[in-house]
Design a protein around this ligand. Structure first.
Ligand code: SF4
Length: 259
């Protein structure tokens, strides 16, 4: 199911785009320099549903074989040069993953994009279910105060194999994040979509205990799966989880956003 791109023997297919940097409906600027994602999340992945709906991918197996935007760097260079007002920051990525497991070409292009944006003074926020590159700690190459984020909704590898089958094991995501924290980088954990006990019984405090070092935590529920009921018990469950996150953040001095 998961395509592993060895650039030497099996380079990723490329696509060309007419533009790269855009302001999303969520109000922030984004770059998505690949179509598809070999992490193949089954929550389901909203980006996959949209890509299939608009005919950009045929099916799940094609989604899991990402195609890289071959002209991303030249487009970005042109767009940054032409803009009179640069965006305050840029997010990587909204509809794919910047550090996709087994796709070194995507990771290398992510680093080149971040470097180019930083050279123009534009900081980046990064979010991955892969392993953040240790190179991001190099302040000569990445001089802006970038935010380095991982998605983390469980510590259970059985859950990951079922719901995020191509993504990095949780311990490896956390280790890469910690390495950047230890090097003085700003870090974030994005806990969404957090599963209800109907999907997995787990203790949110144990997840939070693994990331006491991070600067910012975002928490959100799981709103779009038939496995997650929309009833009073689920509402009460999420009320309790939000309270757990708020208490944790207050205790550790962590920036906090819960939804
Ligand atoms: S990592 Fe993100 S973009 Fe990739 S499949 Fe999972 S939810 Fe979709």
């Amino acid at each position: 199911m998961v395509a592993v791109g060895d650039p030497a023997t099996n380079p990723l297919e490329t696509i060309e785009r007419k533009s790269l940097l855009y302001k999303s409906g969520l109000g922030f600027h984004c770059i998505n320099h690949a179509l598809g994602c070999s992490h193949g999340c089954r929550y389901p992945c909203y980006a996959f549903l949209m890509a299939r709906h608009h005919g950009r991918v045929r099916d799940y197996s094609q989604w899991c074989r990402p195609r890289i935007v071959g002209n991303a760097l030249s487009l970005l260079d042109r767009e940054l040069t032409r803009k009179r007002v640069l965006p305050p920051d840029v997010h990587l990525c909204l509809t794919t993953d910047p550090f996709m497991v087994g796709q070194p070409e995507v990771g290398a292009m992510s680093l080149a994009i971040i470097e180019r944006l930083n050279r123009s003074g534009v900081p980046c926020s990064l979010l991955t279910k892969g392993r953040l590159s240790a190179e991001l700690a190099d302040r000569r190459r990445f001089p802006c105060d970038n935010t380095h984020g991982i998605s983390l909704v469980s510590l259970d590898e059985g859950f990951r194999r079922e719901w995020e089958p191509g993504a990095a094991p949780y311990a490896e995501r956390i280790a890469a994040l910690r390495r950047l924290h230890d090097a003085g980088c700003r870090t974030l954990v994005h806990i969404e979509p957090y599963p209800t006990p109907s999907v997995i019984v787990q203790d949110l405090s144990e997840i939070l205990a693994e990331v006491t070092f991070v600067d910012h935590i975002y928490f959100g529920g799981w709103n779009y799966s038939s496995r997650v009921p929309r009833d009073r018990a689920a509402e009460e469950f999420y009320r309790q989880q939000r309270s757990t996150v708020r208490s944790f953040c207050a205790k550790h001095g962590t920036d906090c956003k819960v939804e």
